[in-house]
Design a protein around this ligand. Structure first.
Ligand code: FRU
Length: 430
């Protein structure tokens, strides 16, 4: 098996280095910025820093030098970026407001806080190219070893942060007026899928299609314990008053790591993706025209370190635009590949009951209202015993036929079914 696989056509992949979670996704001054967990020195996880790429259209990406570099005593873990337009932080001026990155300092031996994870700031006054770390870091320290992945957004005249106490399976909400002083507001969880650690949360408001209203969506990535096994992204729909997130419904909690994807409870919960490879999903800040666009790391910690190289190691999912749709008694997330992706990149199929199509050896099958994607035995899938699996999802209302849009790339397949109410994303090394 060749370790080096061809680079993807539509998906971002770093040229030479290791990549995991997307970080600091933001649209600013006409440019889409994607930062990401990067090992600038190799193709395995380590030396965690923020890599950087930019795009004019979310389809064509240019890789840049590392934005936030680790030191011997501190790694730069996941986080987010905001444009501080009013210079509330004082890190720029009102005439020249800063971009502010809020990230987790993962303190190592030899630092003043060994084994602690706390939240820190860096700022850029040149549109994201050069970054300076805030001298008062960290700005939020609970003395915890698992407090990470801050996602910050504007709310009214203040700022809200959601972050995780990963091992407690909790999302913590903090508030600030200046990004520097943070006040605890509330916690959410454990709820629904909680067999693995909670990571990389996001919280945003979304319109409900056709109803002229909106609701809040809390994304909670977890690992392991995802619906397809290993890493996964669940979501909760509810209300948010600036301090507390209140879900519309909580249907129990699944905490048994032994059961894994076989836990029947998992199927009662809401999943952003039913495939094996869609993790650490978070959204872009400040997308124009009220768009909400999410992006995930197209990989799974079950085998992430061993997948074939595509230049560097790993790719991102296609960016997806999301809204909410009422289906029966719940609101469900609907995802579409961003409109900037050429139509010709997608193949539209309609599957009736019992239909099975082979896409370069991957079987896509629809039977009794269930859609499945089977990558067992395809091409170079033998690098890890956990890779060859079949993923499946029930289509709401189990219709007689289902329309699917398939995005096939050199090492991946993403299936958007039933107008994007169900998505299955898998790596496939053909
Ligand atoms: C998720 C994660 C985050 C952490 C980062 C470290 O994949 O474990 O919780 O910040 O990766 O690279």
């Amino acid at each position: 098996m060749a370790d080096q696989h061809s680079r993807p056509r539509w998906h971002y992949s770093p040229r030479q280095t290791w990549m995991n979670d997307p970080n600091g996704l933001i649209y600013n001054a006409g440019t889409w910025h994607m930062f990401y967990q990067s090992n600038p020195a190799g193709t395995g996880w380590g030396n965690m820093s923020w890599g950087h790429a930019t795009s004019p259209d979310l389809v064509t990406w240019t890789e840049h030098p590392v934005a936030l570099l680790h030191t011997d005593t501190e790694e730069i873990f996941s986080g987010s970026c905001v444009f501080d337009a009013t210079n509330s932080s004082g890190l720029g001026t009102t005439d020249w407001p800063p971009l502010v990155a809020v990230y987790t300092s993962n303190y190592l031996a030899g630092s003043s806080r060994p084994s602690v994870q706390a939240q820190s700031l860096a700022y850029s006054l040149d549109g994201g190219t050069h970054w300076t770390s805030y001298p008062g870091n960290p700005v939020l320290d609970r003395g915890s070893a698992n407090f990470r992945d801050p996602k910050v957004f504007r709310h009214g005249d203040g700022w809200v942060m959601v972050a995780v106490e990963a091992a407690e399976r909790q999302v913590l909400i903090y508030r600030s007026t200046d990004l520097i002083e943070w006040t605890y507001a509330s916690s959410f969880g454990p709820a629904h899928a909680a067999a693995g650690v909670w990571e990389c949360p996001d919280l945003f408001e979304l319109p409900v299609a056709g109803e002229g209203t909106s609701k809040w969506v809390l994304l909670v990535n977890l690992c392991p314990g995802g619906v397809a096994g290993g890493s996964g992204c669940q979501y909760f729909v509810g209300d948010f008053d600036g301090y507390t997130f209140t879900p519309d419904a909580v249907r129990g909690v699944s905490t048994d790591p032994e059961l894994g994807a076989a836990d029947p409870l998992l199927r009662a919960y809401d999943w952003l993706d039913f495939g094996r490879d869609c993790y650490a999903v978070v959204s872009f800040a400040d997308a124009p025209e009220g768009r909400r666009i999410v992006l995930g790391w197209m990989n799974n910690w079950d085998y992430a370190r061993e997948i074939p190289l595509t230049g560097g190691r790993s790719i991102m999912t296609i960016p997806r635009e999301v809204d909410l749709v009422r289906v029966g008694d719940r609101l469900r997330l609907r995802q579409r590949p961003i409109a900037e992706l050429p139509e010709s990149a997608l193949e539209r199929l309609t599957l009736g009951d019992g239909d099975r199509v082979l896409i370069r050896g991957v079987a896509l099958e629809y039977r009794a209202g269930v859609l499945s994607l089977d990558r067992r035995g395809v091409g170079q899938g033998d690098f890890h015993e956990g890779f060859g699996t079949r993923q499946w999802a029930e289509i709401p209302d189990r219709p007689a036929t289902v329309a699917v849009d398939v995005l096939l790339d050199t090492c991946s397949i993403e299936v958007f079914a039933a107008s994007g109410l169900v998505v299955i994303s898998d790596l496939v090394f053909f």
